[in-house]
Design a protein around this ligand. Sequence first.
Ligand code: HEC
Length: 232
Amino acid sequence: MIREDATIGNVLTTRTFAVNPETAAYLGVTATDGKVTAPSENGFMGLLTHPAPLIAISNAYESSTVSRGLYLAHHLLCIPPTPPPQRAFTPEDVSVELPPDPTERQLAEARLADPNCRGCHTQFETYAFAFNRWAGDGKFNSDERLVDNGPIPTGLGEIAFSGYHDFLPLLAKSAQFQRCTADHLIRYGLRHGKYDEAALDAVLAAAGGTDSGLTFRKLVRAIVAQLVFAGK
Ligand code: HEC
């Protein structure tokens, strides 16, 4: 990606994956030179739909909207949700009636329908809805009960999409994702030290802003040249 000067959003939308023979066998695909291109019927798209991240950010056999949503809000968008109440709730603690044998998404939707849960849970959980078709083992599931469309209420406003294939490009293009990636890169460069937020704005401005198709190259050049490292 760096060699090809690809946008940072490409991390979320690339259809080409590096795999070893074990991962290729797990996905049921044939690799050429350690690479696969996602077949259209088994859409994986971008790093988040690779089995390893899907497994890593899921704490349940099912799709795990809570843990995946937390990861997306915290690490991809840098919008940490309000911490949970002292008393831990169970999925059944909702005031609305649950359908029989509910899916993770139906449990999540019950929390969105309950005014006691909605305020916090829309801050993170809904981002994970686009990944409902991947179970906790990272495998794509064609079960018809698993729906991955929007619209979803989020901390960034309502987002409409018809599935992961158009949600991921929206996420990739969002200013919040690009800003958050720049923040991670600066922190990485500073060994996770604190820094003045004005430096983030300066880096983004020097790199051409978040709506210019920010690339890793532009970003790294801007970070190195900017005040962040000038005093180091
Ligand atoms: C003040 C914010 C807030 C409110 C209000 C809230 N939650 Fe949560 N809830 C969270 C956060 C944040 C997490 C993720 C916690 C973590 O794992 O770090 C969470 C996690 C959960 C989990 C997953 C627990 C697990 O670890 O598997 C369930 C179930 C849940 N909430 C149910 C509810 C229900 C039902 C309500 C309403 C009655 C509710 N919550 C209200 C913030 C909230």
